[in-house]
Ligand binder design. Structure first.
Ligand code: B12
Length: 222
């Protein structure tokens, strides 16, 4: 008897490549629906959607796809992640404010963290790309969040605003995330660093706030 073939994360990513990079929005959404359904949200993000984005960038920088295909794929994924961000509603639970640093437009990691936090019972105020630090501080004064997550690809984006981040860290926990979040810049900002994958980082943040995260199968290598 043969065992039924289970689609691998690599095959799901191929499905996204075939559809989204030929501007097939309906087909792309169909693949996404199946992948979220079969893998669950956390694994679908960790093993398929986020690595796929990385591959898109590699194909774009190698010249095998154009900027229009990269923008189109990003647009479809972004719309899908927004739906997931709004899928859970909590009236209690700790509040996280999430923002990209000024000048930073890469927001998928931040969105993935917001989705996983909300699935863990958090409320989140998502400020998104290119958020001025004065606005971030003003929002935090109004909302008094339990945690702030700020993301940037370059550590200079944090360093340039270290005094403002340090002031913010005086009243709430500030976590720096994404490639720019080095130990040095975290220390400069009086913040802590959220390591690695956005899904596992959200779970670590949840646990750091004294809340055990439910079991999730350790992602398998692909
Ligand atoms: C989508 C995309 C865009 C979109 C972003 C849309 C959006 N709404 O987010 C747009 C079109 C806006 C864009 C613009 C640009 N982009 Co761009 N982009 C990408 C792409 C294809 C995917 C990025 C992404 O979201 N990846 C998914 C994240 C989760 O994965 P990751 O970035 O590898 O991050 C890892 C960790 O850092 C961590 N992480 C990341 N974020 C977060 C957040 C939290 C909270 C946590 C906990 C963890 C975490 O998780 C990941 C590991 O799992 C990458 C390709 C790539 N190789 O990554 C290029 C890429 C990042 N972009 C690049 C460039 C050059 C640009 C532009 C300068 C292009 C231009 N000439 O205009 C601009 C810069 C805009 C700006 N000022 O920020 C380069 C960066 C090169 C470099 N080393 O600096 C890349 C690598 C493409 C390439 N191969 O050259 N981009």
């Amino acid at each position: 008897m043969t065992t039924p073939h289970r689609t691998t994360p690599g095959e799901w990513r191929d499905g996204l490549e075939e559809t989204l990079e030929s501007f097939d929005e309906t087909g792309g959404h169909r693949v996404l629906s199946r992948v979220f359904d079969e893998l669950g949200v956390e694994d679908a993000l960790s093993l398929v959607v986020l690595p796929y984005l990385h591959d898109v960038g590699e194909r774009w920088s190698a010249g095998s796809i154009g900027v229009a295909q990269e923008h189109f794929a990003s647009h479809v994924l972004r719309s899908r992640l927004f739906v997931l961000m709004e899928a859970e509603e909590h009236s209690d639970g700790p509040l996280a404010v999430l923002a990209c640093m000024p000048g930073e437009h890469h927001e998928f990691g931040l969105m993935a963290t917001a989705i996983v936090l909300s699935r863990l019972g958090w409320r989140s105020s998502y400020l998104g790309a290119n958020t001025p630090t004065a606005e971030l501080a003003r929002t935090c004064r109004m909302l008094r969040p339990a945690a702030v997550v700020v993301a940037a690809h370059r550590s200079t984006a944090f360093a340039a605003h270290a005094p403002a981040l340090r002031r913010l860290a005086g009243s709430t926990t500030v976590h720096l995330a994404a490639q720019g979040a080095t130990d040095e810049v975290a220390e400069l900002c009086g913040a802590s660093r959220l390591d690695g994958d956005p899904v596992w980082a959200a779970r670590a943040l949840h646990e750091a706030h004294g809340r055990p995260a439910p079991d999730l199968a350790e992602p398998t290598a692909v």
